[in-house]
Design a protein around this ligand. Structure first.
Ligand SMILES: Nc1ncnc2c1ncn2[C@@H]1O[C@H](COP(=O)(O)OP(=O)(O)OP(=O)(O)O)[C@@H](O)[C@H]1O
Ligand SMILES: [Mg+2]
Length: 292
């Protein structure tokens, strides 16, 4: 029997609801001893180092950590976009490590939604067409009532006939959120979904992500550099050097910022050798967005 104190960060004991109604597993995705290495020999980089984590169903999880700590890699491995070097990934009850390409593609299509930093909308399609595009490609008819609810939740009802160029950045990202929600995926992954937005548009999108968790029961995992964005989540996982080194339940922006500053201080080689970075320095620069 593991005690809460002895349980590793990200372990099932920490933060997962005790059991979901209706028999659905309380865990939407999990990683077991996942290691991911890039390259070989001298250039080998261990991007993930024996990561264990459970992502609770119907909750909003944020992943934070310095640039290069493995956030995007963890998200890509959890989403089946990248293969692991060793360990296992499960989406719900399905182990995805070891699935054949075609099975994996189908699982991604049916169970996973993505929101990227760049909105990735097709410019010639209007908002509604963009939202239903993945289902159109898959030859699936959208559930009309659900679609209406999604459009309502993200506040786009009066913008459905607009093309992306006719929408603000925040509205475009809300279209991308609606597109991710439309097929009722088991889990939505976002890699810095508010990274290209000003703080007001970012707040809009984060509010809708929060509502999709609270009102639609969506599971969301979001990578972010922004303590304010992390404050919208139910739980924050902190990565450093490919490991989950800490986590926080019911985060606030202030508590997350305080934790980030404490980490960067603890990393310093000697007291006073390196000043703590200003909050701005902790945020990702717009120019390194290709890193992940
Ligand atoms: N395709 C790749 N080939 C080689 N190394 C890679 C590759 N992708 C990532 N890495 C390395 O793996 C480590 C983790 O990268 P990752 O993109 O997951 O970091 P991140 O935490 O998302 O950083 P950022 O905040 O800058 O997006 C880094 O050292 C990175 O250089
Ligand atoms: Mg990244």
């Amino acid at each position: 029997m593991t005690t809460a104190a002895a349980a590793p960060f990200g372990s099932p004991a920490a933060g997962a609801p005790a059991g979901a109604a209706g028999g659905a597993p309380a865990v939407a995705a999990s990683a077991r001893q996942v290691t991911k290495a890039y390259g070989t020999g001298e250039t080998r980089v261990t991007a993930l180092d024996a990561v264990d984590v459970d992502i609770a169903r119907g909750r909003f999880t944020a992943i934070m950590g310095p640039s290069g700590s493995g956030k995007s890699t963890l998200m890509h491995c959890l989403a089946g976009l990248d293969s692991v070097t060793s360990g296992r990934i499960l989406i719900g009850d399905t182990e995805i490590t070891g699935l054949k390409d075609r099975q994996l593609t189908r699982l991604r299509r049916d169970k996973i939604g993505f929101i990227f930093q760049a909105f990735n909308l097709l410019p010639t399609l209007n908002a509604l067409e963009n939202i239903t595009l993945p289902m159109d490609i898959a030859g699936r008819r959208p559930d009309r009532a659900w679609l209406d609810q999604v459009v309502e939740t993200v506040g786009l009802a009066d913008r459905l006939r607009h093309r992306p160029a006719q929408l603000s950045g925040g509205q475009q990202q809300r279209v991308a959120v609606a597109r991710a929600l439309a097929s009722r995926p088991e889990i939505i992954f976002g890699d810095e979904p508010t990274g290209n937005l000003d703080s007001r548009a970012g707040a809009e999108v984060l509010t809708f992500l929060r509502r999709s968790v609270d009102e639609l029961g969506q599971t969301i995992v979001m990578v972010t550099h922004d303590p304010v964005a992390a404050g919208y989540a139910d739980r924050v996982l902190f990565l450093a050097d490919g490991r989950i080194v800490d986590e926080m339940a019911d985060p606030t922006a202030d508590a997350v910022l305080e934790r980030m500053l404490r980490f960067s201080g603890a990393d310093a080689p000697a007291a006073g050798a390196r000043p703590a970075p200003a909050p701005d320095a902790l945020r990702k620069g717009a120019d390194d967005r290709t890193a992940g």
